[in-house]
Design a protein around this ligand. Structure first.
Ligand SMILES: Nc1ncnc2c1ncn2[C@@H]1O[C@H](COP(=O)(O)OP(=O)(O)OP(=O)(O)O)[C@@H](O)[C@H]1O
Length: 438
C-alpha cells in the first residue's frame, strides 16, 4: 500500500491524509470508521471494484461516517484513493468472495431453469451464529442477482437489527436495484413489515413463529402474482440464534418458506444438523465467513439498533436528511394494545388451553402512564378489527415514538415520519425504546 499525501483540492476535510491504494486481482480493502463525527472518503480512480456486491463508479466520491465497516473488493484489480482518518485500513488477500460468486452462479442456474419451466426460483435461507456476515452475504447475492436483471424478494427475520423496517419487526421487500453503497442498504420501496415488538425472538417465540408463517404465506402469494419475482426467488436473512429453540425456529422457517437452499455460514455443526434434519431435496451448503467480519459487543449492537431507529426518523447521518414531525394525539382517539400476556403455568390454564396461546394474546393497554409509554415505539397497525387473529396477522403501516406524555390532558406527543393525524387508530406497544436526542 502506498501512502503518499497530496492536496488536489477535491472534497474532504482539509489537511486530511490521502492514501492511494492499489488492489490486485481478488483482493479486498477493509476499512473501519469508529471515531465520532469522522468521515472517510473513497474514490475509485482506475479498474473495477464493488462494495458488498454493488459496483463502484469510477471517479465518484463515496463517504463513510462513524460506525462504517466496509470492504472494497475487486475481481480484476483497481486503484483507490482514500481521504480522511479511518481507524483501520488494510488489504486482505484471502476472502471468500469467489465462493460467494460461485454460490450466486449456482442460484442463477436454478433461476434460469425456473424461467424455462414457469416455476418458482430458489428460496434461499442464510443461517449462522451472530456476527458471521449473514446480512452481508444476503446483500452480495441479492446485488449480483439484481445486476443480472433479477427481482428477488428479500426477507429479513433478524428482529434485533431490523434492516427492512425498525428493530422488533420482520419483513420483506422486492429488490429492484442494487443496495446503495453510502446508504448501506437497499432502497425501501413499500416494505412489508410484521410486528414482534421485541429485540429478540426469544422474548416471544410463539408470536415469532406465527409471524414467520404469515410472512411466508404472503411472500408466496406475491411470488405467484409477479412473474419476474417468481423466477428470481427469495433470499431470507436470519438472526444468529442457532441453538435449542433457535435451531427449531430455523427448521420452522425452512418449512414455512419451503426453502430449497440453506447457506450455512461458518458453523460446521449447524451445517451437519441441518443436512441431517431437513428433507433431502433441500440443498444445504457450507460457506466460510469473511475474516473482515468481527464480533460486536452488546453495547455495539444496542448502538446499531438505536442508529437504525434514528435513521428511520431522521435519515442517514451526513446524507439527505428526513424531516420527521412532532405532534400531540389524544389518547381517547386511539386504542393501544400489546401482544402477549405473561406466561401462566400450565396447571393454572383453563382446560384445553395451551401455554403458547397466552403469548399471542392481544392485551389492551388501559389507562397508560408515562412509565408505560414514554420513549417507546408504537406500531400503527393496518388491522381493521380488534380480534387477536386480525391484529397479529396484519402488517403495520409504520412507527411513531412517544416523546412526551401528559396524563392530565390525556395526550401524548409523538415523533412521526408523516405529519399528523396518524393514518390508523390501532396502535401496538413495542418493548423497544428510543431516546430522541436530535
Ligand atoms: N469483508 C468484510 N470486511 C469488513 N467488514 C465486513 C466484511 N463483511 C462484513 N463486514 C461488516 O461486519 C459487520 C457484521 O456483518 P453482518 O451484519 O453481515 O453480520 P451478521 O452475521 O448479519 O450479524 P448479526 O448476527 O447481527 O445478524 C457489518 O458491519 C459489516 O459491514
Amino acid at each position: 500500500m502506498s501512502d503518499d499525501k497530496h492536496d488536489d483540492g477535491s472534497a474532504g476535510p482539509p489537511g486530511d491524509a490521502v492514501q492511494d491504494v492499489t488492489l490486485g486481482v481478488d483482493e479486498e480493502l477493509r476499512l473501519e470508521v469508529e471515531g465520532k463525527n469522522q468521515i472517510v472518503q473513497v474514490v475509485m480512480k482506475d479498474g473495477t471494484a464493488e462494495i458488498f456486491g454493488t459496483e463502484m463508479i469510477k471517479d465518484t466520491l463515496y463517504q463513510f461516517g462513524t460506525g462504517a465497516k466496509i470492504a472494497v473488493f475487486t475481481y480484476h484489480g483497481c486503484v483507490l484513493q482514500i481521504k480522511g482518518k479511518a481507524d483501520s485500513v488494510y488489504v486482505a488477500k484471502e476472502t471468500p468472495m469467489i465462493m460467494y460468486l460461485n454460490t450466486h452462479g449456482a442460484l442463477e442456474t436454478l433461476r434460469r431453469s425456473a424461467d424455462a419451466d414457469g416455476k418458482r426460483g430458489p428460496i434461499v435461507l442464510v443461517v449462522g451464529a451472530q456476527d458471521v456476515g449473514k446480512t452481508t452475504l444476503c446483500r452480495i447475492i441479492i446485488n449480483y442477482a439484481v445486476r443480472l436483471g433479477r427481482r428477488p424478494i428479500y426477507v429479513d427475520l433478524d428482529v434485533g437489527q431490523g434492516s427492512i423496517s425498525v428493530p422488533g419487526t420482520i419483513g420483506a421487500m422486492l429488490i429492484e436495484r442494487p443496495a446503495s453503497i453510502e446508504d448501506n442498504g437497499f432502497v425501501q420501496q413499500a416494505p412489508l413489515a410484521y410486528f414482534l415488538g421485541h429485540k429478540s425472538p426469544q422474548n416471544n417465540i410463539p408470536l415469532y413463529n406465527t409471524l414467520i408463517s404469515k410472512l411466508a404465506e404472503v411472500v408466496h402469494e406475491r411470488m405467484e402474482s409477479n412473474r419476474k419475482a417468481k423466477s428470481s426467488g427469495v433470499i431470507i436473512n436470519t438472526c444468529g440464534w442457532v441453538k435449542a429453540d433457535g435451531y427449531k425456529s430455523i427448521t420452522h422457517i425452512a418449512q414455512a418458506f419451503e426453502v430449497d437452499v440453506v447457506l450455512v455460514l461458518d458453523q460446521e455443526r449447524l451445517y451437519n444438523d441441518l443436512s441431517r434434519d431437513l428433507p433431502s431435496f433441500v440443498k444445504v451448503v457450507f460457506l466460510p465467513k469473511s475474516g473482515g467480519v468481527g464480533d460486536r459487543s452488546v453495547s455495539h449492537r444496542q448502538e446499531a439498533r438505536d442508529s437504525r431507529i434514528r435513521e428511520y426518523f431522521y435519515g442517514k447521518p451526513g446524507l439527505q436528511p428526513f424531516h420527521p414531525h412532532s405532534f400531540q394525539v389524544k389518547l381517547s382517539e386511539y386504542k393501544i394494545f400489546k401482544i402477549g400476556a405473561p406466561a401462566i403455568p400450565l396447571s393454572c390454564l383453563p382446560l384445553g388451553m395451551k401455554g403458547d396461546e397466552t403469548r399471542t394474546k392481544l392485551v389492551a393497554v388501559v389507562n397508560p402512564t408515562a412509565a408505560t409509554l414514554l420513549h417507546r415505539l408504537l406500531a400503527i397497525s393496518f388491522a381493521t378489527d380488534e380480534t387477536q387473529q386480525d391484529v397479529i396477522q396484519t402488517n403495520v403501516a409504520g412507527f411513531v415514538c412517544v416523546t412526551d406524555f401528559d396524563q392530565d390532558k390525556g395526550k401524548m406527543t409523538v415523533l412521526s415520519p408523516q405529519p399528523g393525524p396518524l393514518p390508523k387508530t390501532l396502535l401496538l406497544l413495542s418493548e423497544i425504546q428510543f431516546m430522541d436526542a436530535q
